[in-house]
Design a protein around this ligand. Sequence first.
Ligand code: AMP
Length: 215
Amino acid sequence: MILVLMGPPGAGKGTQAARLAADMSIPQVSTGDLLREARRDGSDIGKRAAGYMDAGTLVPDDLVIALIERRLEQGDCKPGAILDGFPRTVAQAIQLDDMLERGQRQVGAVVSIMVNEDEIVERILGRLTCGQCGAVFHRLIKPPAVAGQCDVCEGGVSSRSDDNEDAIRTRLQTYTNQTAPVLDYYAGAGRLEKVDGTGGMDDVFERIQDALSVA
Ligand code: AMP
């Protein structure tokens, strides 16, 4: 099962993708995480992606496609994967379909998590992320037990370099202009399930499970 989880930045994609991955015993594949890892490793792709990421704009399709193709070929993705933050352009969605078709696979379901803009800005400004394992916290709603330290791996927890107000506004604009058309692409193919992303994490998770049971 290849499942695509979509939604604007701050919609809770990462959190929900991790839960679904654990629930379905397939890996969560986040292009944001793959790109941050590439930056930490100092790889060529990481260096080329850094400026786009910090500005809140999209990394060019060819770099992201190369990363995702390599990742989906790994053995743990054979039974399936939860794609988090990919595809983000119609060109990426088309290339994903082509890539999967070559391996006689297909996107099984697409879930879009819907949250309004004011709530998104509030969520992202309070967001704290573990630099080591990617776990997500919130200054007010879900602070780590020990300030500055990840509850999961004890790595350092801080604000992401692109979680500032200017970059957030750019990322939201980018979402509207470049990623929202991907929803139309999947809706046209009858593959899209929309889920209300407001409220608690458990409620949203339940709604996603309901949507998947009818997909
Ligand atoms: P995320 O962790 O999903 O919020 O992604 C962080 C940043 O990584 C984005 O603002 C983009 O600069 C870049 N990025 C992640 N996924 C993609 C993608 N599928 N296409 C292009 N850029 C991406």
